[in-house]
Design a protein around this ligand. Structure first.
Ligand SMILES: Cc1cc2nc3c(=O)[nH]c(=O)nc-3n(C[C@H](O)[C@H](O)[C@H](O)COP(=O)(O)OP(=O)(O)OC[C@H]3O[C@@H](n4cnc5c(N)ncnc54)[C@H](O)[C@@H]3O)c2cc1C
Length: 106
């Protein structure tokens, strides 16, 4: 089973921002997303208040780019609904069907 330095629950803008920073810091990073990359942002067709996009940007397109950017530095993504986490034991484990050792959870 792959060991990761960081597990991020949720592939919205916050999750992929964290993934980008972790992956760029050479931490092996996994994003667990229950639905689709981008979170709420991925459901809107026009975002007009994001710097760098003079004409606005489609939310889904921006979401795909956030995922691609994090993955360019080695972050991995998988579809998974995290149902609960055990965070009190020294080695943290998710309790969905597949158990993953969780050194750091965001
Ligand atoms: C219709 C609409 C239009 C919007 N337009 C704009 C706009 O123009 N400009 C702007 O700045 N903001 C806009 N927003 C707000 C913006 O989308 C949010 O502020 C932003 O998405 C928040 O990002 P987040 O990563 O914190 O959370 P979220 O986007 O909520 O992402 C959380 C992610 O975590 C996943 N998740 C949650 N629980 C679990 C679990 N147990 N296991 C696995 N995955 C899980 C969810 O599926 C989701 O993908 C809009 C929102 C909506 C709904």
């Amino acid at each position: 089973m792959t060991q990761y330095d960081v597990i991020i629950v949720g592939g919205g803008p916050a999750g992929y921002t964290a993934a980008l920073y972790c992956a760029r810091a050479a931490l092996s990073t996994l994003v667990l997303e229950a639905m689709a990359p981008g979170g709420q942002m991925g459901t809107t067709d026009q975002i007009d208040n994001y710097p760098g996009f003079a004409d606005g940007v489609n939310g889904f397109e921006l979401a795909m780019n956030m995922q691609k950017q994090a993955e360019r530095f080695g972050a991995e993504s998988t579809f998974a609904q995290v149902s609960s986490m055990e965070l009190t034991e020294p080695e943290k484990r998710s309790t969905r069907r597949t158990e993953i050792p969780l050194p750091v959870v965001l």
